[in-house]
Ligand binder design. Sequence first.
Ligand code: CTP
Length: 427
Amino acid sequence: MVMSLKGKRIVLGITGSIAAYKSAILIRLLVKKGAEVQVVITPAGKEFITPVTLSALSGKPVISEFFATGDGTWHSHVELGQWADLMIVAPATATTLAKMAGGMADNMLITTYLSMPPSVPIFAAPAMDLDMFVHPTTQRNLDQLKSDGVHIIDPVEGELASHLEGKGRMEEPENIVAMIEDYFIDGVHHRTEHKVTRGYHEATHNGDKKKILITAGPTYERIDPVRYIGNFSSGKMGFAIAEECAARGGEVLLIAGPTSLSVHHPNITRVDVESAQEMLDAALQAFPDVDGAILSAAVADYRPQQASGEKIKRDEEGAITLSLLPNPDIAATLGKIKKPGQRIVGFALETTNEEANALKKLKKKNFDLIVLNSLKDEGAGFGHDTNKVTIISRNGSKRSFELKSKEEVAKDIVDATFVAMLDNHSE
Ligand code: CTP
C-alpha cells in the first residue's frame, strides 16, 4: 500500500447516522495510507458506533465531550485546529450540516469545526434520507457551507436506511480517501467547488477577488549569448504561493524568472522574464492595480555592464574581468510607490543576526511583512522542497514555523498576507 497520506493529520467528525459504520472503514483506510486520525464524535454518533471501536482503529482516544468525564481534563478544540492538516465530517447528518452552516457550537464537533484555521481544508460527506437531502433547508445549508469553502462530497444514489431508493447514501470510504489523496497529491488545482479553500479573504470579502502580484525564481543576467550570472533559486516557493493565493479566490499575476516549473490554477496569469530589469518593468506595470505583492524572487544583485553580442572567446593570456553594475531593487522600488491599502511581503535570506537584519530590510524596503529564511536551518531555502520560515510584521510581531513542505509554508505565508490585507491599522 502506498503511504500517500504519510504524516497527514486528519480530524474525522462522526455524527448520528446509520452510515457511521462506514467511518470505521474510513479510519482503517486512512491509517493504512499513513495518516493520523483523531476522531471527534457527536453524542448522537455514539448511539450508532462505539468509541471503543473507533479508538482501537485510530489508536487515539475518541473525543466527544468538552471535558473528560473521568478527570475533568479540558479537550481543546483550538489545539485540534492547530494540529489538523484536514478535517472531514463523515457521515454528516442534516442536523450537523445545519449547525455547521449556522455556527451552533453546542457540541465538541462543531466547536472543533469553528476552530479550524482558514488554511485547513474541510470536507463533509452528507448521509440522510432522500427527502431530507432534497429539502430546501438542507440544500440552503449546503449552499452556505460551499460558499464558506467546505468541500461537500455529494451523497450517492442507492438503497437508504429507510429502504427507500434515492440520493442520500454517504459516498463509499474508498472514494472519500481517493478524494483526500487527490487533494493532498495534486494540491490546490483539484479543489473544484465554486468557493474552494477557506481563507480570511473569503471569510471577510465574499466573492471580491484580491489581485496579487508575485515574483518568483531567479533572474539571469546575460554575459554573452550563451552565458549568464544567475543563482540556484528554483522558484518553488513563489509558485506554491501563487497556487495557494489562486485557490483562495485571488487573481494572481506571477512574474517568473527562468524556471522549469509550470502553473496549474486558471486564475494565475504568468509572465516569463529573464533579467532583473525585465522583472522590474513587468512589476511596475502591474503594481498600481494590485492589492498586494509577494516578492519571492531571488533577483541577481548585479549584471554585466555590457552584455556581449558575440560569444566571448577564451583568452589564452589568463584572467578576464567582468565589470558589474548594480541591478534595480524591485522590492524597494515598489515599496516607494506603495499606496495606502496596498501590502508588500518580502523575503530575507540571512546568516547572522537573522531577525534584526530581516526587520531592518522590512523597514528599508517598506514591506508590511517579511518572510525570513535562515541559511543555518537545514532543509530551508534554495533547492529544497521544504522550508522553515519566520514571518515578521511591521510592528515586530513574529511567528516561527517548523520545517514543512513549500506548499504548507505557502499556506502560512498566504494566511499572514491576507490578514495583513484586512488590517487597515498597519498603515
Ligand atoms: N529583491 C528585489 N529586487 C532586488 C533584490 C531583492 O525585489 N534587486 C527582493 C527579493 O525578492 C526579496 C527581498 O527583496 O523579497 C530580499 O532582499 P535582499 O536585499 O536581496 O535580501 P537578501 O536576498 O536577503 O540578501 P542581502 O542581505 O545580501 O541583501
